[in-house]
Design a protein around this ligand. Structure first.
Ligand code: FAD
Ligand code: NAD
Length: 439
């Protein structure tokens, strides 16, 4: 027999779990299917944002490797249980099973030998993303070669770590492991790190990471990984390097594996994501795709924003959609964190937008002296006539908080002169927005 719901969510991601709880609170009959009980709460809680940032804070507090790992376990376990409880308390039926479409309307769910079928008026796919694997033979079969999930399961701290990919994940782990005392080498295929950030700031960030003991190989072509006993031999550009552990972090791809998309009329993008319209709806009416699986930005907060769009659509408010999303800020959690929002100088030039810029060194900021961390810079671009803020990069301690102030100002067309003349508490990193916006 096919069991029927108002709403079926596949995957315990940020968007899906929020939608499930909210719709259930509105009296809808809701089910959520998650294939792995250790993933209740999704990637962010269990293997993404939360464990990585918890480990960073632990390392900053000089905890050693095993204490750092223990602390991560405590935090993720607590949040995983909290996530499970909030769903079940909201009245959502939680199935620990692997979901697979067998038609546009019917989803088969499998737990061990037990197979059931579910259907619903609305189906939401929230299955996340998985690590890209490089076309290097034996990558997956070589001992001590891991991805960002595997590295969180290590039992002992590697003395040497090779990182393939110098993007968000690669650099955050480089920063973390350098702090923990590991000798880190990053192999990046591009000729620069973080190409979407201001080049002068990236140059500074690379220098700080090097001071912390990280070595970079840019324009690197990694051709093989093999074992010599427990060690990993990584070959890049005809040179062999030996590491205790090698991690690959070369992007993450939408996770549709085993989802039975071939049994439906759901269309995919060229990159293998589920194609969606402005309301996150797939090519099949009433089937939505939210979070990493729809090929948009891969952040927990954009997944949450997908929830807002779908929740609005399902409850009769279509005011907001993907086209209206603006000024998405980002933070790369290296030390200090690098945060930015809006356009970079090269984009302003390319788009012919008139602009004025200002820069302020963190070493000139009173709070930086209190923090005993003088590293970094603030850099902003403003429109000389409209006075609107066009873009900002904050590279400093606490930048992950303050970038959100600038995002709010940009969204609400608050002129930069407001920041220039605003009364801010002292001594804070935020007060330096007075000076950097004194353009
Ligand atoms: C190491 C790392 C660090 C990160 N750090 C940050 C950060 O600091 N800030 C930030 O904003 N973002 C960060 N991200 C990205 C962020 O974690 C993701 O963008 C976000 O979690 C994606 O959520 P989602 O809603 O797409 O689904 P997910 O949270 O990925 O959930 C998908 C769930 O679906 C389940 N699933 C998959 N297929 C099936 C199936 N067939 N049946 C049943 N269940 C299924 C999976 O097991 C998984 O639990 C990080 C990612 C990683 C890997
Ligand atoms: N702080 C955050 O918000 C945060 C943190 C971690 C992850 N994330 C999300 O997760 C996503 C995935 O992270 P990621 O770091 O895997 O991807 P990424 O796209 O950020 O970086 C991948 C890097 O790997 C490099 N690369 C690709 N092929 C390579 C090869 N063969 N050899 C060497 N380098 C190669 C790319 O040039 C790029 O620099 C991010 O895009 C981001 O959306 C966010």
């Amino acid at each position: 027999m096919v069991k029927s719901y108002d709403l079926l969510v596949i995957g315990f991601g940020k968007a899906g779990k929020t939608l499930a709880a909210k719709m259930s609170a509105l009296g809808k009959n809701v089910a959520l299917i998650e294939q792995d009980a250790d993933m209740y709460g999704g990637t962010c809680i269990n293997i993404g944002c939360i464990p990585t940032k918890t480990m960073m804070v632990a390392a900053e507090h000089n905890l050693d490797f095993s204490q750092t790992m223990e602390r991560k376990e405590v935090v993720t376990t607590r949040l995983r249980q909290k996530n499970q409880a909030s769903l079940t308390e909201a009245g959502v039926d939680l199935y620990n099973a692997k979901a697979r479409f067998i038609s546009n309307k019917v989803v088969e769910i499998t737990t061990g030998n037990e197979v059931n079928q579910l259907t619903a008026d609305i189906i939401v796919i929230n299955t996340g993303a998985t690590s890209n694997t490089l076309p290097i033979s034996d990558l997956l079969d070589t001992k001590n070669v891991v991805d960002s999930t595997g590295i969180q399961e290590l039992e002992k701290r590697p003395v040497t770590l090779g990182l393939i990919g110098g993007g968000n994940i690669g650099l955050e782990f480089a920063s973390l492991y350098a702090k923990l005392g590991t000798k880190v080498t990053v192999f990046e295929a591009g000729d620069t790190l973080l190409p979407r950030e201001e080049p002068s700031v990236v140059h500074l960030a690379k220098g700080y990471l090097e001071e912390d003991g990280v070595t970079f190989k840019l324009n690197a072509r990694v051709t093989s990984v093999t074992n010599n006993g427990d060690k990993v031999i990584l070959s890049a550009d005809d040179v062999d390097y030996t590491f205790d552990v090698v991690m690959y972090a070369t992007g993450r791809k939408p996770n549709i594996e085993g989802l039975g998309i071939e049994n439906t009329s759901i269309a995919l993008t060229e990159q293998g994501a589920i194609r969606v319209n402005d309301y996150c709806e797939s090519s099949v009416p009433n089937i939505y795709a939210v979070g990493d699986v729809n090929g948009g930005l891969q952040f927990t907060y954009t997944s949450l924003d997908d929830f807002r769009i779908v929740f609005g659509k399902l409850t009769g408010n279509e005011d907001y959609n993907l086209s209206k999303r603006q000024n998405v800020p980002t933070t790369t959690f290296i030390e200090p964190p690098l945060s930015s929002v809006g356009l970079k100088e090269s984009q302003l030039i390319e788009q012919g937008i008139p602009y004025q810029s200002n820069e302020l060194l963190v070493s000139s900021m009173p709070r930086a002296h209190v923090n005993d961390d003088l590293r970094g810079v603030y850099k902003v671009h403003v429109h000389p006539e409209t006075k609107e803020i066009l873009g900002a990069t904050l590279f400093s301690r606490e930048s992950q908080e303050n970038i959100n102030l600038i995002k709010m100002a940009m969204d609400n067309h608050i002129p930069y002169t407001y920041f220039k003349n605003q009364v801010f508490t002292h001594p804070t990193m935020a007060e330096n927005l007075n000076d950097v916006f004194n353009v």
